[in-house]
Design a protein around this ligand. Structure first.
Ligand SMILES: Nc1ncnc2c1ncn2[C@@H]1O[C@H](COP(=O)(O)OP(=O)(O)O)[C@@H](O)[C@H]1O
Ligand SMILES: [Mg+2]
Length: 506
């Protein structure tokens, strides 16, 4: 097949090559075009489009006026030659004839033709041994039959950020990733929209791995577990990201020192502190906040638990969850009917426990444990500047040093600008979905692993499921189309059914 020529380079400089579009071919923002020299293949990407003309601006305006106002035709111009479209392109990567890929450092010769990219051009991309499939390569809005894989271990231990405006496909992407990874690593998913398990539609429950555990507190479906957590497991440090004041935190610590794991009960039933004194008002506010947060009630000199926190049940819930994670299970916790604060409390409880365990393993030289990743929706709630200004928490510790212990974060947000730069820099893979807000695009562009400063417009124009991956573990920022999860999985489920009904057929 002859590859279609779509344009020709004629001017520009290294990061701003200028090409003319052939009249009957449409260039698209984000499109990848190939410029081939005698010994090199340059992959170039369109980042801006303009009109070009041989006719002066004044005359163009005149012609436009004649067409608009007088309905006269413009036949006197050979329009394809004299009026055209121009694209600005940036180099992505260069491949030598021996198929060695490298970052571009030179320019293609002037007047090199630009042709469409095809799957054959991408044979230099290999599939890593421990791979994570994200989607197919995308050139503008066109999807190519080239699956893109990342190196799972590196990417997952060095944290992932998924950003994009609401509705652009963050959750669909996350479902795909969970589907890919289930059974291979430990995954803790705090699910405030109860969308990943798929109670009523397709979701992780349909995985045949037998490695999905689902905790919920409402209408527990068959096979799922009811979430109860014993109150004695809570420690003052678990409340780090919940915005308690310094005085309240000091009071919690004082109660913990004096009453051990009965500290919450002691605060609520007004037990005295014998060694330190706190202002009555401080302790009263703390007491009310804890009762409200944990859904506790106190009457007839007795403490009653109404919510998921319990005095008697749930002593080993956290332990079970950690064991599941260490056995490469995907633990989904439906937090849809909790307040955001409770969700964070549960998250920080489990994260602290598993992180400490993994630190311990490292100290003891145990290194056969699977990677554990924690999936956080609306990540600025725990990684936001305003939260971290008041002090760190377990999630910021994991962002900073989790890689050493094989514990990673997958942070999802539509507002990356709220996350401090230093944390963003520690997140080495960013999956960028469509983002209209300039401020958010800037935050992402500034912290990306590649120079994607000219992609701002491209990012604003990304459609649902279209993304760009910028990662320390990829050579260039890769444009990708994420598969639509429901379709992908229902297809693979049908295939499995077929195999069961007709054994021997593949
Ligand atoms: N990869 C995709 N392919 C096709 N459609 C998609 C894709 N991702 C998302 N969509 C569509 O967009 C809708 C919103 O996606 P969702 O993942 O819930 O967005 P977000 O979590 O970013 O708010 C989905 O219900 C689906 O209809
Ligand atoms: Mg979502």
């Amino acid at each position: 097949m002859v590859n279609k020529i779509k344009g020709q380079l004629f001017s520009g400089r290294f990061d701003e090559l200028i090409a003319r579009q052939k009249s009957n071919c449409d260039f698209e923002i984000g499109e990848i075009l190939i410029a081939e020299d005698s010994d090199k293949k340059f992959f170039l990407q369109v980042y801006d489009l303009q009109y070009g003309s041989q006719i002066s601006q004044q005359n163009l305006e005149l012609i436009s006026g004649m067409i608009l106002e007088e309905n006269s035709s413009t036949e006197f111009i050979d329009s394809n030659i004299r009026n055209y479209k121009i694209a600005l392109l940036k180099p992505l990567i260069t491949i030598s004839k021996e198929s060695n890929s490298s970052l571009s450092k030179s320019l293609p010769s002037p007047f090199t033709y630009l042709r469409e990219i095809t799957a054959d051009d991408m044979t230099f991309i290999s599939k890593p041994e421990n791979s994570l499939f994200i989607g197919n390569l995308r050139s503008g809005s066109k999807e190519l039959d080239v699956p893109i894989y990342l190196d799972a271990k590196n990417v997952l231990t060095h944290h992932v950020l998924i950003t994009g405006t609401t509705g652009k496909g963050k959750s669909v992407l996350m479902k795909n990733i969970l589907w890919e990874l289930t059974g291979r690593i430990g995954l803790l998913v705090l699910d405030p929209h109860d969308e990943y398990y798929g109670r009523n539609n397709i979701g992780l429950k349909d995985s045949s791995s037998g490695k999905v555990v689902y905790y919920t507190s409402k209408n527990v479906p068959v096979g799922a577990r009811s979430l109860k957590i014993n109150i004695t497991i809570l420690r003052p440090s678990h409340f780090d990201c919940l915005g308690f004041s310094d005085a309240q935190e000091q009071a919690m610590n004082a109660y913990y020192r004096e009453y051990g794991n009965k500290w919450i009960e002691s605060i609520i039933i007004d037990k005295p502190l014998n060694y330190v004194k706190f202002n009555d008002a401080t302790v009263n506010v703390l007491k009310r906040r804890l009762m409200y947060l944990l859904d506790l009630e106190f009457y007839d000199s007795r403490l009653f638990c109404n919510g998921i926190f319990d005095m008697s049940a749930g002593e080993s819930t956290i332990e079970h969850i950690c064991n599941d994670l260490e056995n490469s299970k995907t633990v989904i916790i439906d937090t849809s009917n909790f307040s955001g604060q409770i969700e964070l409390l549960i998250g920080s409880l489990i994260a602290t426990e598993i992180f400490n365990k993994y630190k311990n393993y490292k100290m003891k030289g145990i290194n056969d444990k699977p990677i554990v990743n924690i999936v956080l929706e609306e990540a600025p709630r725990v990684l936001g500047k305003d939260v971290l200004d008041k002090g760190g928490n377990v999630f910021s510790s994991i962002a900073r040093e989790g890689r050493k212990f094989n514990v990673g974060l997958i942070a999802i947000t539509q507002l990356p600008s709220l996350i401090p730069r230093e944390i963003l820099a520690n997140i080495n893979t960013k999956i960028i979905l469509g983002t209209e807000m300039l401020l958010e695009r800037q935050a992402i562009i500034e912290s990306a692993s590649q120079d994607i400063s000219s992609d701002s417009r491209t990012i604003a124009a990304l459609d649902k499921g279209e993304c760009i991956i910028s990662s320390n573990f990829s050579k260039f920022a890769i444009p990708i189309k994420v598969p639509f999860f429901d379709e992908r999985v229902s297809k693979s489920l049908k295939k499995d059914d077929f195999k069961i009904n007709f054994p021997g057929l593949n």
